[in-house]
Write a protein that binds this ligand. Sequence first.
Ligand SMILES: N[C@@H](CCC(=O)N[C@@H](CS)C(=O)NCC(=O)O)C(=O)O
Length: 209
Amino acid sequence: MYRLISATPSPYARKVRIALLEKGVPFELVTEVPWNADTATPRYNPLEKVPVLIAPNGESVFESRYVLEWIEVKHPDPPLAPTKPDDLLAMKRYEVIADGACDALVLLFIERSRTHPSAEWTARQKRKADGALRELSRTIAGRSFCVADRLTYADLAVVSLLGWMRVRMPDYGWESLYPDLVAYTDRLEARPSFQSTVPTAQVIRDKVA
Ligand SMILES: N[C@@H](CCC(=O)N[C@@H](CS)C(=O)NCC(=O)O)C(=O)O
């Protein structure tokens, strides 16, 4: 049986959880708080981040986009990547934007936890997230799926980003700016694999910044 080292709010881990559920691959969910000093995460990933997928033979696979590629190779059915080359590239572009926005927002989230957050750093990361959301709205508005009229890793990435924002940054204001993104993400959030992985906050006990 697979084991997935995950964190309840993690947008990166959520993509992997949804992919395994959509493909009907059984796994044991191991929940960690990767920011805490006593997390087991470094035992499985030298980069000390979740998600980490541990295969039945003990192999550990980390870095969410690589984990998804790995799953797609090992468990191709049902496919979550398009076959047409241009659709594949379009899917990857969405993943880059959504994961990049997550990266900026996680930095912003950590910065907010400092006693004296840097206004410059905060503005820099927010600018990136704002730009990503603008681009996602421009390209997704009115669509049911990002590419190829069916569920792909692009949708997993975009919905995981927006779901994380709802939990960790409820004051961000993207929902009033981008009603098209709300309609898109709410439709997908109704799928069982998305419903059973809705993010929840975790308390980070230790000082990390
Ligand atoms: N690029 C990584 C990002 C993963 C990531 O940043 N995970 C966060 C949780 S949401 C984490 O484990 N952070 C702990 C740390 O950076 O020390 C991926 O896609 O897997």
